[in-house]
Design a protein around this ligand. Structure first.
Ligand code: ATP
Ligand code: MG
Length: 181
């Protein structure tokens, strides 16, 4: 089974300090008062998977994901999130039992993506997760209001969701790339 093993957050939104969250197979609940950062954890997962929509990250500009400072702390210059997924089932075409994806963003606008600590392109991250059901557009992250969105989606949008679930997006994507070339 594929499951999230670990999420390491540093400088992302309210997580100024390095925070390591370990997950186990099964269900994990995150509880806490309003504004304590629960949704920021879901945002961090979506962000590291390559989310480009600032709106879905609940910000005005991408820089808003970097810790903006508080009464006691100065703003940080960089945000870094790493997500480690168990790959013992080999769902990812990599010869590792774990896959770690990292994303960094500096205030200068510079950003990095890494797969197992090796720099890569955003495209590589997208391709890695395509059809695994883990991707940022997959069913795995259902944000507030998402259920509603699926129910009221246009036919072609709903088709996209079904295709992702069926695992054929990869082929559609490759075909599109091939036609373009
Ligand atoms: P609720 O129960 O209301 O849904 P929550 O636990 O989901 O709350 P979040 O939305 O995750 O809360 O966290 C909101 C907090 O994160 C706010 O206090 C906000 O100020 C803080 N925050 C968001 N972005 C940043 C940032 N860039 N720097 C510092 N703090 C941030
Ligand atoms: Mg919330």
């Amino acid at each position: 089974k594929v499951y999230l093993k670990r999420l390491e957050i540093q400088g992302f939104k309210s997580f100024a300090d390095k925070t390591n969250l370990e997950f186990n197979p099964g269900i994990t609940l995150v509880v806490g008062p309003n504004g304590s950062g629960k949704s920021n954890i879901a945002d961090a997962i979506r962000w590291v998977l390559g989310e480009q929509s600032v709106k879905s990250l609940r910000g005005g500009k991408m820089e808003d994901v970097i810790f903006a400072g508080s009464d006691k702390r100065r703003p940080l210059g960089m945000s870094e999130v790493s997500l480690t997924i168990d790959n013992s089932s080999g769902i990812f075409p990599l010869e590792f039992n774990e896959v770690t994806v990292t994303r960094r963003l500096y205030r200068s606008g510079e950003s990095d993506y890494l797969i197992n600590r090796v720099p890569c392109r955003l495209k590589d991250v997208h391709e890695l997760f395509m059809d695994t059901g883990v991707g940022r557009e997959g069913f795995s992250i259902i944000g507030q209001g998402k259920v509603d969105e699926i129910l009221s989606a246009k036919p072609e949008e709903r088709r996209g969701l079904l295709e992702e679930a069926a695992g054929i997006v990869k082929y559609r994507h490759r075909k599109r790339e091939a036609v373009r070339k």
